[in-house]
Design a protein. Sequence first.
Lengths: 248, 246
Amino acid sequence: MRDIGNFYVAMTRHPPRHHWVVRVTHWVNAVAIVLMVGSGFRIFNAYPAFARRGETFCCWPWEGQGIPAWLTFGGWLAGARNWHFAMMWVLLLNGCVYLAFVYLHGEWRDLVPRRGDARDAWEMIRFYTFRRADHPRQGKHNALQKLTYFLLPLIALTLILSGLSIWKPVQLAPLTALFGGYVWARYWHFMTTLLLVALSASHVFMVFAVDPYSLRSMTTGGYNEDLSPESRNARPFTNILPRRRPAP
Amino acid sequence: MNPGHPDSSVALGRRMFLGVGAAVAAELLLGACDSKGPKSAERFLRYMERKNEGVERALFRHTAMDAGSPGHRLTGSALPSYFISEKVPVWNESARGVWRLEVAGMVARPLLLTLPELARIPHITDRVNHYCVEGWTAIEAWTGCRLRDIARIAGVSPEARFVDFQSFDSGYHESWDIESALHPQTVIAYGLDGRWLGAAHGAPARLYSPVKLGYKNVKYLTRIVFLPAANGGYWSDRGYEWYAGV
């Protein structure tokens, strides 16, 4: 009885795994990205191709093929545009708050790549593909997570700059030229979105398949190290439940 | 969980709350698919459009010029043609008399220009991009006189802040901020790719400028009215962004 009480205290008194600023910006981000991607897809569907009129485009095999309507948001072109141009500020402001916090509060130390991260990432891949038995040692995040979380601000920057390029190709012509002109800026905006969607989908998949306990740490902040993927030796859909601790 | 712990019911309540919260959030996301979003967001979207107009106006420069990408052919006949009327609007001279472009509103000398009179005003030919709201672009060479020259001839009052462009295409019109209207690449075009403008693209004369999206560039022009306040527009009144700067 006393043990369980201590365990409970340990769980609740432990400092939260994620600071409340990180938790709030994470969920604002989730909603804003869903709305931005959905409305972006609806805008894309108004002309689901990249070629200038009367020309062909080299590098997209599905010219003319729209995104399924259930993946879109905004209802019609003007609605989607209004949402897109409104939510972009929410996303930008939210991203700035997050980056400023991570920088000032020191959390960036858990996220910047370090020497050895590439090898650690390879070890994680070996572990996930059953070519390695035990989970590699890790800090707060594994090397694959670190790489992804570090990549996201760079993806965001690419999206912002390519987005500005297709919003203002005349007033910000030099920026648009940097992406190779309007047609290519639109292409890179779309391709970077697909990369973001792929990373976000893998992120959500890994949360449910490997570390569902992180849902708690990203809402209330509570976390128990005994339940970490490393402690559980967790691969997708294996060792979801905590390991039995050997008797003392 | 320890059922005897005094906090257990609270903890359970919180878990229930989070579970229900997640279910509601998932439901909202699913419900959002292919939707216009909640009605109550309309005010937020209008507010953001006004704020964006401020940003767009701040970015706007008369020195920022567009140039159709070099090394690409003119789009020519591949340029889509849009109009509101059921059939291509054609000025019926026998019923309506000779076509004239009226310049009115806050001007010292209201004008009524026939096409030959319009063509006598110094003109430019500009090879520029066409930016459609749908996302496609085209390259065309437009021939016409700058609106800033017409404004000078008509003697526009310095108090005029907006310009309404009206057409004979079933009441189609769009109003502009005067800064964009007086941009050096904003022309009253009567020539396209070296030929007289055809009926499909707004003959006898139309507004063309790369600094606004296609739907702001009114075809089949009849009147240009200088105004102290904005006057909406065909697509702007239907939910599309009013400023629509490029």
